[in-house]
Ligand binder design. Sequence first.
Ligand SMILES: *[C@@H]1O[C@H](CO)[C@@H](O)[C@H](O)[C@H]1NC(C)=O
Ligand SMILES: *[C@@H]1O[C@H](CO)[C@@H](O)[C@H](O)[C@H]1NC(C)=O
Ligand SMILES: *[C@@H]1O[C@H](CO)[C@@H](O)[C@H](O)[C@H]1NC(C)=O
Length: 622
Amino acid sequence: MKRLVRHQERKRRDRSGCMTLALIACGGFLIFWTFVSVLLMRVVHDNAAKLEHSRIALSERLQLRAKQKKKKQGAVGVIVKKASKIAVQPLMTTPLEYTFGHAVRTDQKPSYLFGLPADVAADHQYRYQSNGIFWDVNYDPLYESYYEYVIESAETQSQDFQLPSDVQLFHQNFTQQLQQVGIQVGNLIVPDPVRQYQKRISERLRQANLDTLADIFNNSYALTLEQTTFPLSDGTTFVATGDTVLMGLRDSSAQVDPYMPLLSQSHYLLRLVEGLLRRQSLFLQADPYSASFRLFLDHDFTGRQRLTDSDYKYGRTIHVAKHNFELDNLAYHLRLSYKLFQFYQQHNRPMLALDSNWIHGVDLILQTVVREQNHAESLYRYPELKDDGEGQPVCQGDGLVWTGFRPSGDPTEFGYLIPVNQMMVVSLRQTAEIFRSIKDDIRAQQCEDLADSIDRGIHTHGVVQHDEFGKIYAYEVDACGGANLMDDANVPSLLSLQYMEYFSPQHDPDQSIQKKTRKFILSESNPYFHSGKGPDGCTNEWIGSSHTPQSSIPYLAVIVRAMTAESDAELRQAVNTLARTATNNLMEDGFKALSKSLLAELITTKLEDIFRVYRNETLNSC
Ligand SMILES: *[C@@H]1O[C@H](CO)[C@@H](O)[C@H](O)[C@H]1NC(C)=O
Ligand SMILES: *[C@@H]1O[C@H](CO)[C@@H](O)[C@H](O)[C@H]1NC(C)=O
Ligand SMILES: *[C@@H]1O[C@H](CO)[C@@H](O)[C@H](O)[C@H]1NC(C)=O
């Protein structure tokens, strides 16, 4: 009996010993897991923004898919398979490597869509690659939605316009080239809302006896759509500049600007603009330094078969037509992104074009901007620039971003171009807003910090004390004390600061620097400011450029002057000058669609002001 009790007691003791051991083990296990979870949470937190965004992107894609599924019954298995494939995609970032400033995709098998000419040296072959320039048609559901809305709808409707025969021939050649490598080019239709708007505004101008303006508007508003826009079956839109068949980020962004107010009225138009942003993202990834791109080498059908030694020297590839670095191109891509973002927000639409690929492009922009804040360490070279292609030496700009070329295409004299830096500040702040809204706080902060540092640089080195005008912004500086006090006709310019919505509450709270700068550039103290009487005895005032003859009036600056006019008299004078020069310049065949788009934008944004100014007067009365 006693033995039994003792046995039971020992058993109990054993059991409690067992329990203690188990408890210790449990505790250890718990501590271990807490540790692991903390670690995991850190990793997850770091990736949270990324994950959140890809989740949003995925759900949008799936929504879209569901809609399409309703339309096209069947093939569900395939769709699910495709969707799950897409789900992984946003997290796989393609490593990019820089060789002398252009990014080369390194993780793909080389694809030579347009063929690799014989005898191309191995280290030059990458220049012929088309990797990443066209979307993988089979695995992007967005492509199908684009195809449906843009390409198919255009095929079932007939064009309501006749192209000039040379343009028509060019379109045929362009379409053929791409068809050979499996890319379809859709017909273009001008959506009804665009036609209605064109008609309404032209008629109103005519009623107000502003016939010249009516003609200009009627002539230019739909032109980018009719002649220079190419919807491609990879879900992107190619928009050529018009005077050339190349596409740049600046021009293409500005060219679709006048259509932005109509996006909510036309799904077709929305898809076109989204397609443009996506094409820009792809091109950007080929070379963030490029000023213009082409889809294939023989872009002007002169029979060009291969890149020459000179092309190599100038950094041109099959898709990079110009490798001269104009910083404003990067800002314009962000500007278009923000305009689309605003549309999405206002109309509560899924942000289809702001996907992982867009983020990828923006990352490259940020990298490029940071690199060129320290140009001494950049590998970018261009033969047309001084000092072995590095450009005239600059000192550390304390945040200022270096650029090789002005928006006009002329090389910069001093590498820090102030108005372009100012535009970059605006665009980076706007991009931060986009990232905040998709809960990518890391990138948002990065954009804000970058904007702050550029703005600090502008006010450390870019403000000059002028004897007559006081503190004003310089056009260019080198941060070693050299400065160019002037303004140039192209946009962005010092004249366009207000149009670019630049404002520095921190460094110029009452905008006195900005106001004095405007006074300076519109005075004889600006070497490119001209004024003179036209043949009709009216006075014209304009800002020229180092590369334009003094007698010709570049209307870009006149358009911007009208957009930023501070009085009715100033608006009237600028519009009069436009109307007077319009017949010679704007109606010309070798047009640059950018000017026409900017003019259309002026007319639509300032319409009521224009009517007020001309209520009792006629155009050209001076
Ligand atoms: C189109 O191609 C043909 C031959 O390929 C060429 O002769 C013609 O000049 C091209 N047209 C245009 C407008 O590029
Ligand atoms: C616009 O141009 C078209 C074709 O050139 C013409 O038929 C139409 O009457 C014009 N409309 C206005 C309002 O000027
Ligand atoms: C136009 O004329 C009317 C009456 O003649 C006048 O009241 C108005 O102020 C004038 N408007 C402008 C902009 O000059």
